[in-house]
Write a protein that binds this ligand. Sequence first.
Ligand code: SAJ
Length: 412
Amino acid sequence: SSVAVIGLGYIGLPTAAVLAHSGIDVVGVDISEKTVEAVNRGEVPFVEPELGTHVAAAVSQGKLKAQLSVSAASVYIIAVPTPFLEDKSADLSFIMAAAENIAPVLVGGELVILESTSPPGTTQRLADHILEIRPDLSLDGSDNRPVVYFAHCPERVLPGKVMTEIVTNDRVVGEVNPGAAAMASSLYRTFCKGKMLETDAATAELSKLVENTYRDVNIALANELSIVSKNLGVDVWELIEIANHHPRVNILQPGPGVGGHCIAVDPWFIVAADKENTPLIRTAREVNDAKPGHVVKQIMAPFKVSDKPIIAALGLAFKSNIDDMRESPSVSIVRKLALENTGIKILVVEPHTDELPQQLDGLSNVQLVTAAEAIDQADAVVLLVDHDKFREIDIDRLSKKHVVDTRGFWSK
Ligand code: SAJ
C-alpha cells in the first residue's frame, strides 16, 4: 500500500516519517516549494525534537518523498491547518482544497483520513464534497459504484513530544461509512502502540475539541483564581498545590494566558456549533484571553505615569522550552505594554530565537537582549515563560526589583 500525506506541517510530516519508517511508501504533499525542497533534502523546516533524524532516514531510504501535487495512493491523510475566522468559526478552505486535489485521482477502494482538528460534521462534508465532484463513486456501493472510505483520526500529540506521543498515545478513529475505522486502525497500528478507539466521525471530531476545551476551562479556573488570590493576599501556587492534594481535585497552573494553535482555538469550534448552549466554554476562553491585560496592569502597578521604567520581559514562546511564538500570550503582553505606555523601555529575552516576532516589528521601545543585560538594567522583571534556561538566572539579582512571576517559576 502507499500513503499520500497532504500538508507537511507539525502533524503531517511526523506522520509521514513514522509511516515511511514502518516500511510504507509515503508521498508528502505541500503547497510550499520551500517545504517540499527541504523534505526532499531530508530536512525539517521547523523545530521538533527527533523529527529530523526520522525524516533524513526515510528520505535516504527512498520511502518518503515530497511533491507539490497529489498523485494516486491507497490512503490519503489530510493534515492541513483549520484556522479560525474573524467570527470564530472554522476556515475549512484548506481541507476543501485538499478534497478537490484528491477527487480526480480516486478509483474506488481508497481510504481518505482527515487528521486536521475540525468542527463536528466536517469529515462528512469532506466526503460529500468529494462525491459531488465524483458522482461515479459512493459511500455504500449503491448502483454498483465503487466505495471510497472516509474517517476522522484527530492528532493528539503534544508539540515538543510529537515523536514519542505519536507512537504511545491512544488513537481515536471515527468512520463516516462502515469499514473505514477498521481500515484506519490497521494503518495506524503499523507505528502506534496505543489503543485504537473506534467510533463514528462526529464523535471523533468532538472528542478532540473536548480534550482541548477541558484543559482550557481548567486553566481558566486557575487564571481566575490567580487574580482572586492576589486580591486576597493569598499565594495562588501554594493554594493550588494544597487543593490538589485532595484525591479528586486536579487544578492546572495559572499563567500569562493561553497560547498555541490548539487550546486557544478549538473551544471556539464548539461554541460556533451551538452558541446558545456553551456559556461556560465561551467564558473560559474570555477569562484566558483577558489574562494578558491583567499581567500588564500588574507590571505597571508600582509605577507612576512619569516614571518611564525599564522592564525586562523573560520569554516570548507560547510555552516552555520551544521556539514557537505564534499565538503567544507573552508576545501580546509585550506588545500591549509597549503600545499603552509611552516612554518605557522593554528588554525582551528569548533564548530560543535571535529575532523578534512580526507582531513586535516597528516598536522602537522593544529590544531583544540577553537575560543578564535585561536584568542588570531593569526596574521591573516579568517572567512570562518557564524556560529551563531561565534557571541560570541568579535570583539574588532580582531582590531590589519589582518582580511579576506569571508562571510561579520562582515563587513555587
Ligand atoms: N498552559 C497554562 N497552564 C497549564 C498548562 C498549559 O497556562 O497548566 C498554557 C501553556 O503555557 C500554553 C497553552 O496553555 O500557552 C497550551 O499549552 P499545552 O501544553 O497545554 O498544549 P498545546 O497547545 O501545546 O497542545 C495541546 C495538547 N492537548 C491536550 O493536552 C489536551 C496536545 O495533546 C494536542 O495534540 C494539541 O493541543 C493539539 O494539537 O490540539
